[in-house]
Design a protein around this ligand. Structure first.
Ligand code: OGA
Ligand code: NI
Length: 361
């Protein structure tokens, strides 16, 4: 049977486990010793002082050319050194951000039976889910989510989006449009910074036919947060991600060498990160960086991840301009649909997927 028809084991909602008042977590969620989030000896003591860069995007419209150049430079360094940054003054309405985060929080607060109507399957992942990957017996992450397709329009099916809260569908549509515009802006900046034509990346992604989807993540309180993770280490498989984190509860950690930096969210900012497909198109000038989520026993956490991806059917390859004798093409040509099968089958596996592609020439 096709392994994407059904989940390999009955699905347990992490939220129900958390709400049941258990004081120890089931074995399925207990990570191997080396995968647990306890601070490694390499974590610097000045962790409080380290954060991913924050960039004021309104400076890209400054009348002063040196301010515009400096901002492009900041973005370029953030892409190369971190693969992650926060953006403020990004043009997306703060009220819309707040209302959209709130509507998803309300969705997760609905009784389980109401959410079960949207239970997803690995065939498309659309709907209410509690695991990624279909391998039997693997360790699971401490989170539930709701996944929906936004673009292209032909795959958008609003009937699969939550009917309640009643403003959900409308807000998600408005939110998706605004984030799509912000992504288009960032794609131009990345293209220019890479020395490519301004519209290079957008065109390579399929122009108007790009793929975008939204995952609302819900991380319930966890009685033993030191034993598990909300989301295992992974790089995002697509193009780029705009994450709206929970301002009140941190949890996202970004890999920096051999330690993990906890991101401190700036109010009203988005966290931007490079995905595997921009790593591929830029011939690894930019790298998708591994990240993970830790949980805690005091507060649940909601985050919204908007994934901006290449159209699934377009063959992708490193930009010719970035392929030289000194830097040969590192990746073979492949479509995003071919690429994402890996993660849909095997779940989150650090950076093993994009690394495994490297041609051995
Ligand atoms: C993701 C992700 C981080 C978070 O959804 O891919 O990395 O903070 N989320 O929820
Ligand atoms: Ni991610």
């Amino acid at each position: 049977m096709n392994c994407f028809q059904t989940w390999p084991e009955p699905i347990v909602r992490v939220q129900s486990l958390s709400d049941s008042g258990i004081t120890t977590i089931p074995e399925r969620y207990i990570k191997l010793l080396q995968d647990r989030p306890t601070p490694s000896p390499n974590t610097p003591h000045n962790d409080d002082l380290i954060n991913i860069p924050t960039i004021d995007l309104s400076n890209l419209q400054s009348d002063d050319i040196s301010v515009r150049r400096d901002t492009l430079g900041q973005i370029s360094r953030a892409c190369i050194e971190w693969g992650f940054f926060q953006v403020v003054n990004h043009g997306v309405s703060h009220s819309l951000m707040k209302r959209t985060a709130e509507v998803w929080r309300e969705f997760f607060e609905l009784p389980i039976e109401e959410k079960q109507v949207y239970a997803n399957s690995p065939a498309t992942y659309e709907g209410y889910g509690s695991r990624l990957g279909v391998e039997k017996g693997v360790k699971l992450d401490w989170s539930d989510y709701f996944f929906l397709n936004y673009l292209p329009r032909s795959v958008r099916d609003e009937n699969k989006w939550p009917r309640f809260p009643s403003s959900c569908r409308e807000l998600v549509a408005e939110y998706g449009d605004e984030l799509g515009r912000l992504c288009e802006k960032l794609m131009k900046v990345f293209s220019l910074n890479l020395g490519l034509e301004e519209d290079y990346l957008q065109k390579a992604f399929g122009g108007e036919d790009i793929d975008a989807c939204l995952r609302a993540n819900f991380y319930p309180k966890c009685p033993q947060p030191d034993l598990t993770l909300g989301l295992s280490p992974h790089s995002d498989p697509g193009g780029m991600t705009l994450l709206l984190p929970d301002v009140h509860v941190s949890g996202l950690q970004v890999r920096r060498g051999d330690h993990w930096v906890t991101v401190k969210p700036v109010p009203n900012a988005f966290i931007v990160n490079i995905g595997d497909q921009i790593q591929l198109l830029s011939n690894a000038t930019y790298k998708s960086v591994e990240h993970r989520v830790i949980v805690n026993s005091a507060k649940e956490r909601v985050s919204l991840a908007f994934f901006y991806n290449p159209n699934g059917n377009i063959p992708l390859q490193p930009a010719q301009k970035l392929v030289t004798e000194d830097h040969p093409a590192l990746y073979p040509t492949m479509t995003y649909n071919e690429y994402r099968l890996f993660i849909r089958k095997r779940g989150l596996r650090g950076k093993s997927q994009v690394e495994s592609l490297k041609s051995h020439n």
